[in-house]
Design a protein around this ligand. Structure first.
Ligand SMILES: NC(=O)c1ccc[n+]([C@@H]2O[C@H](COP(=O)([O-])OP(=O)(O)OC[C@H]3O[C@@H](n4cnc5c(N)ncnc54)[C@H](OP(=O)(O)O)[C@@H]3O)[C@@H](O)[C@H]2O)c1
Length: 480
């Protein structure tokens, strides 16, 4: 134990700008290499700093008493004599939120200032959204408090900046709950796989979309029917746009790309496509080629000639029916990381919900407690420094699936084939099942591997032909 911990008094030293008395956390390893060097001055500070663990307790103030916040308060209340002590609960309209199972000593408040000016060690932010959560987190760090958050939107938008602020103020910010809920994806990738060089992260990162697609697959339900059921069963929000359009999964992919591929990327650089274009008939045709359909988030790093390029996208895709991703059912998530030496590592489980997500928050609190017992000079930060990729592209060269719904007439296939051939795109197979009216006849084509950018040009031409009853659907066929 560091000599400082024997004094057993206050947690936080008076911090000067640029002097970090708290060792870097895995989260903070996203910061620059210079940021992770321990200076003699920092060592001096650390010797004078009593650790949290010396007091055996971490005082935890919670803001946001909703789905996840309630579960976190429940877990914190399970062990009133444990090392994590719940001190405050902050939410708007607090009188409507009060419950009797929280210990009496906990202070209920509507005023964030009560938390910021308190002697709490950590603020747990479970409000969500960019603001006011972002300001509260920045103020908490400046007030000398560490932060735990599940806020994927905020971390995807401002993760590196918040990590730098945490480092500059000598605090920790942890966000293990922001990706895949109860699955310890960030810690596994960032700490467990720190010894490898990861080249690819893919997965199913949105339980709502996976629930809808697996309902369509199992019951032949339409997208609208499956969405309604997801809403009735609490798997989808009243406004499911962020899930359906892929924005939620994209925010998580940004965080995983930074944590695992060590590439700094913005959400708006990663293309995403909605799952609402997928219809029940697509599962029938997918099955004919031994595939199924899932919303796949994929980030792949390619290095060469001194440059690093990132290929990343979130969209519905065909994947082999026997693949691991195809076996992910209902609201479950899966993350697959591929390393140069370790090969594939698979993590799966419940990626959302109050209790699973609360477990990730609790684990982050324990990590802060644990790290505070190790002096800075003994800490090793996992992960290489972050790089900015030379290019970020959603263009993959893969086989594709096309679904047309047409007013039938002779010559349709020949016209489509002629345009595809002009772009040097080969047709692999043509599938047409009986039993549909000629006025709205679905048929599908699978294409040989081609660049999605070239294909987009060809499909723009195909889309102008006169027989379409509805826009054609194009999905990539991935390895899974
Ligand atoms: N739910 C999940 O499965 C899950 C999984 C992973 C990550 N997360 C993340 O966890 C965070 C919380 O999610 P959640 O599902 O628990 O959300 P939630 O159920 O909507 O809870 C948010 C809580 O914050 C309160 N709140 C919102 N704005 C506030 C403000 N300006 N001032 C004071 N209180 C405010 C809300 O009060 P009202 O009740 O009055 O609105 C509510 O009690 C989000 O960042 C989310 O992305 C959630």
């Amino acid at each position: 134990m560091a000599p400082s911990s024997r004094s057993g008094k206050q947690l936080k030293p008076a911090m000067k700008k640029g002097a970090s008395a708290v060792p870097p956390s895995p989260g903070e390893a996203l910061a620059s290499p210079a940021a992770r060097r321990v200076t003699p001055k920092q060592r001096t500070n650390s010797v004078a700093t009593p650790s949290v663990a010396s007091r055996k307790r971490l005082k935890v103030a919670l803001v946001g008493f909703g789905t996840v916040g309630r579960s976190v308060a429940k877990l914190l209340s399970l062990d009133p004599n444990g090392p994590l002590l719940l001190t405050h609960i902050c939410n708007r309209n607090i009188e409507k939120k009060r419950v009797d199972w929280v210990p009496d000593r906990v202070r209920w408040t509507e005023n964030i200032e009560d938390l910021l000016s308190s002697d709490s060690d950590v603020i747990v932010e479970l409000v969500g959204g960019l603001q006011p959560a972002g300001d509260w987190i920045r103020r908490a760090l400046r007030a000398g408090k560490s932060v735990v958050t599940a806020n994927k939107l905020l971390i995807a938008e401002s993760g590196p900046e918040l990590l730098k602020l945490a480092r500059d103020t000598g605090q920790h910010i942890e966000f293990g709950a922001s990706v895949a809920g109860g699955i310890p994806a960030i810690v596994a990738i960032q700490e467990g796989l720190a010894g490898d060089r990861l080249s690819k992260i893919e997965g199913i990162l949105n339980g709502t979309c996976n629930f809808i697609l697996t309902q369509m697959e199992a019951n032949g339900a339409s997208f609208a029917e499956a969405l309604k059921e997801a809403q009735e069963r609490g798997f989808a929000e009243a406004n499911p746009r962020d899930d359906i359009e892929g924005f939620d999964a994209r925010a998580k992919l940004v965080i995983l790309t930074q944590a695992g591929l060590r590439l700094q990327v913005r959400s708006d650089q990663i293309p995403c496509a909605p799952i609402s274009t997928v219809e029940a008939v697509d599962f029938i045709y997918a099955r004919e080629i031994d595939c199924t359909i899932r919303q796949i988030s994929l980030a792949q790093k390619e290095s060469g000639a001194g440059r690093v390029n990132l290929f990343a996208a979130v969209r519905p895709a065909l994947i082999p029916a026997q693949s691991l991703l195809a076996h992910v059912q209902g609201s479950q998530n899966m993350v697959i990381a591929t390393g140069e030496f370790v090969g594939q590592i698979v993590l799966s489980g419940y990626g959302a919900g109050g209790d699973p997500t609360a477990v990730a928050v609790m684990s982050d609190l324990h990590a802060i407690l644990r790290r505070s017992t190790v002096p800075p000079e003994r800490q090793v930060s996992p992960g290489a420094p972050l790089q900015i990729p030379h290019t970020v592209s959603g263009e993959f060269t893969v086989p594709h699936y096309l679904r047309f719904v047409v007013r039938d007439r002779p010559g349709i296939v020949a016209e489509v084939a002629s345009i595809l051939s002009k772009y040097h795109i080969g047709i692999d197979a043509l599938l047409q099942r009986p039993g549909y009216p000629r006025s709205a006849l679905p048929f599908t084509m699978t294409l040989e591997s081609c660049s999605s950018e070239v294909l987009a040009h060809a499909l723009a031409e195909v889309g102008r032909l006169d027989f379409h009853v509805q826009p054609l659907l194009c999905l990539p066929i991935l390895q899974g």
